[in-house]
Write a protein that binds this ligand. Structure first.
Ligand SMILES: *Cc1c(COP(=O)(O)O)cnc(C)c1O
Length: 355
């Protein structure tokens, strides 16, 4: 039995993780001081890998946090003048809105349907200084195509754009120039254990943070940024995770090539899904289907049975999430998953549920 984990977060980690961990121990990384030259060197290598492998524009800055949830809080504390407007169609976008509302009660929202996309003309956000968008909605397997981000940018040139890319960053090509804040935690497309997040900031985001001047918290943006600019960290960080990220990126193909593989695999998944009975894509419109997270809809009994049958074959399928908890299952299409595991799972599905 091969065994394969398709949970969309925390998800299958890269196969070389034990080797990287062992190197981290042997190289003394695990005990390194975050104000040391060794840490500065690690930061330098990590940033070099991030900018080159993920194609982050050189005028954007990179900082680290511990989770995407922490990024929600950092944005609310340090980047919102007045209020924010949240545009979402699923649980993670909604959670971001509700977390922000606790800090900024005036924040507003617009929700949209799974097969609709975002129509910039229908967004009424006059009073908001920042628009918040979940680019890849892990709860329902939708994504916001880059052209819709571009349209939002064009419709609201004066507002900051903040993007949750937790389940897409490092899996697909993102045009970082289209938004001011991008963030992701690493237990999805990076193929890493949880406990680290990355935030990418445009020059305008940094300017706004300066204008706001928040310095009240241990994770106030300017304080964090000053530290990472100096190749240090604001507090003793998870250095091993930073090291793992550096090694993983170093061994990865360029994001263009990773993206091609993900799209190709997504097409293979769709070919298989079209042959299954009792299971359909939750998202019908191909242009809104996330390349990295597939949500399949069926009767709750079918979903339950399928998940336990799969488990008997060593295959872990993702539970439904939020509103779609009982009538969907989710399949991660993240880069760390190996082709033979995908073949194994697809053979299982076709054998048991093929028409
Ligand atoms: C997983 C996920 C989160 C939450 O990530 P944490 O690291 O647990 O905070 C937020 N947004 C999206 C889109 C996610 O997929």
């Amino acid at each position: 039995m091969i065994g394969a984990n398709f949970y969309p977060g925390p998800s299958r980690v890269v196969s070389k993780l034990p080797e990287y961990y062992s190197d981290a121990c042997n190289e003394g990384i695990v005990s390194i001081n975050h104000r040391s030259d060794g840490f500065a060197k690690l930061m330098h290598s990590l940033k070099t890998q991030l900018y080159s492998k993920l194609e982050i524009p050189t005028d954007h800055e990179v900082i680290f946090a511990s989770s995407a949830t922490e990024c929600w809080e950092i944005i609310a504390q340090s980047l919102i003048i007045g209020s924010s407007h949240h545009i979402y169609n699923g649980s993670f976008g909604e959670k971001w809105y509700s977390y922000t509302k606790k800090i900024i009660p005036k924040s507003t929202s617009t929700s949209f349907g799974l097969n609709e996309g975002i129509n910039a003309q229908e967004i009424h956000a006059k009073d908001a200084a920042i628009l918040c968008i979940t680019q890849n909605e892990t709860s329902n397997g939708t994504h916001v195509p880059m052209q819709e981000l571009r349209a939002l940018r064009a419709a609201f040139p004066d507002k900051l754009l903040a993007v949750d890319a937790t389940s897409s960053m490092a899996g697909v090509v993102l045009d970082f120039s289209l938004a001011d804040v991008w963030y992701a935690s690493v237990q999805k497309c990076f193929g890493m254990p949880a406990g680290l997040a990355i935030m990418v900031l445009s020059p305008r985001a940094v300017e706004i943070a300066k204008a706001i001047g928040d310095d009240k918290y241990y994770n106030s943006l300017l304080f964090v940024l000053d530290n990472y600019r100096a190749a240090q960290a604001p507090y003793t960080p998870n250095v091993v995770s930073l090291y793992l990220m550096m090694r993983i990126l170093k061994d990865r193909l360029s994001i263009g090539e990773v993206d091609r593989m993900i799209q190709q695999r997504h097409a293979e998944w769709q070919a298989v899904i079209s042959k299954l009975k009792g299971l359909n894509n939750l998202v019908q419109h191909a242009q809104y289907q996330s390349p990295t997270v597939i949500a399949l809809e069926g009767l709750p009994e079918t979903i339950q049975t399928l998940k336990s049958e799969a488990l008997a074959y060593g295959i872990v399928l993702g539970n439904g999430y939020g509103d779609w908890k009982h009538n969907t299952l989710r399949i991660a299409n993240f880069p760390a998953i190996e082709q033979r595991e995908i073949n194994y799972c697809q053979d299982f599905l076709l054998k048991k549920y093929g028409r």
